[in-house]
Design a protein around this ligand. Structure first.
Ligand code: UD1
Length: 417
């Protein structure tokens, strides 16, 4: 499926079950490499990024089998330390295999994610942290060679709470000799999920859920059974889609305890929300209104991964909103496509856009250029008058199990082709 057709203008109504979290699942799957035993990871989302991680684990010598939505990973015989090149450049999260493989094998050869040289911005925090644990890095023919004759615990401070760097330090630290104290750690719920998995395997970690994590290294790890939590970003996508279309929905399993900033913004847009043990009820306003300013921030701030879908809702809301993106550069690519649908979005400096709400968007052909922006275009199509075709849906498949099925359950007129 590479394109999605939507007949817009239908209010969302009904109930949808939220899939397992991509960003929790990937590092947990990487972590299965740390035990010589079998782990059963339940509630894995069937998405392209998880399939890619499964292929990488198999290439490394693990036996991986699907049992419904669970993955059984037996990492008894990890044979290689070389991580296949295509998957690495295509999926940044394969980077968490670096910490896990260093822990397990002491060395790794991988394509540089994104193809940049050592020390450049995208993975500098990962490298600097692992270097403090005794890992040396070399670059050879565009590949990154990591080596640790003796992986040691260390005191590490992250100058920015990078999610991936926090995961890599945790993964390397559990099998390192001695203790690791990581300060400035990311607070994203996916880090807590990884800590919970590692602790279930026998790791000793203190400070879970805080910016100071202490890992007592060198413990023997065992296989375990673990349930991946529901995806807060998928839940947020459908929540804002409903606010934009009108209607009322129940987001079954939505992990609302992890979604404070998201729920706060949704309420300020006029949504009525009611949290229950097994999810969130959403009552959309007649027409959403947006706050003057919205900015993304590391957790517990508003997540960058929901910025694009909020931009789409702001495009049909009452009033003007300045949206500032503080985490990633170049994350307003969706603005150009939304303009084709009649949205009024102006760039304001390198990291902000001003959105002036219009009465309605017009359906038309648009192109997804990345995962979250693609989902935002689908949401915009639901809100628009007439038919929208979103192409480039391979990006959406990286993170959404079946966005068409989910939205059809909510009454949307949407088909994949
Ligand atoms: C993870 C999530 C992604 C989410 C992001 C921020 C996964 C698989 N992906 O990505 O969905 O949008 O967190 O919540 O979990 N940076 C550096 N040097 C580094 C590392 C990061 O400069 O060594 C910069 C990045 O370029 C970016 C910012 O830090 O500007 C945030 O990156 P990070 O928190 O590491 O995000 P990811 O782990 O890549």
């Amino acid at each position: 499926m590479d394109s999605i057709r939507i007949q817009g203008g239908v209010e969302l109504q009904g109930k949808v079950r939220i899939q397992g979290s991509k960003n929790a699942c990937l590092p947990v799957l990487a972590a299965t490499l740390l035990t010589g035993e079998t782990s059963l990871i339940r509630n894995c989302p069937k998405i392209a990024d998880v399939y890619a991680m499964v292929s990488l684990l198999r290439e490394l010598g693990c036996s991986v089998t699907w049992q419904g939505n669970a993955l059984a990973v037996d990492a008894d015989s990890v044979r290689g330390e070389e991580i296949g090149s295509e998957a690495v450049t295509g999926m940044r999260s394969s980077l968490c295999l670096l910490g896990a493989l260093i822990g397990r094998c002491g060395q790794v050869v991988m394509e540089h994610p994104g193809g940049c040289v050592i020390g450049s911005r995208p993975i500098d925090l990962h490298l600097a942290a692992l270097q403090q644990m005794g890992v040396t890095f070399q670059e050879k023919e565009g590949k990154l060679l990591a080596n640790a004759d003796r992986l040691c615990g260390a005191s590490i401070h992250l100058p920015f709470p990078s999610v991936g760097a926090t995961e890599n330090v945790l993964l390397a630290a559990v099998l390192a000799q001695g203790d690791t104290c990581l300060t400035g750690a990311a607070l994203e719920p996916e880090i807590t999920a990884l800590c919970r998995y590692l602790k279930q395997c026998g790791a000793e970690i203190d400070g879970e859920g805080t910016s100071r994590l202490v890992v007592r290294g060198g413990r023997r790890l065992y296989g375990t059974e673990f349930v991946i939590p529901a995806d807060r970003i998928v839940a947020g996508t459908y929540l804002f889609a409903c606010i934009g279309t009108g209607g009322n929905v129940f987001l079954e399993q939505a992990p609302w305890e992890e979604m404070d900033a998201v729920l706060e913004l949704a309420r300020s847009m006029g949504a009525g929300l009611c949290t229950a043990e097994d999810g969130v009820y959403v009552q959309a306003p007649d027409r959403p209104s947006t706050p003057e300013r919205i900015f993304t921030a590391p957790h517990p701030g508003f997540p960058t991964d929901l910025q694009s879908v909020v931009l789409a809702v702001a495009a049909v809301s009452q009033g003007e909103t300045l949206i500032r993106e503080t985490i990633f550069e170049n994350r307003f690519r969706v603005a150009e496509e939304l303009r084709k649908m009649g949205a009024c979005v102006e760039e304001r400096g390198a990291d902000s856009v001003l959105v002036r709400g219009v009465e309605e968007l017009r359906g038309g052909p648009v192109e997804a250029k990345e995962l979250r922006g693609g989902a935002a275009l689908v949401a915009a199509g639901l809100m628009a008058r007439g038919e929208t075709t979103v192409t480039g849906c391979r990006y959406i498949n990286r993170g959404y199990e079946n966005i068409c099925r989910d939205l059809r359950e909510l009454g949307a007129r949407i088909t994949g082709a």
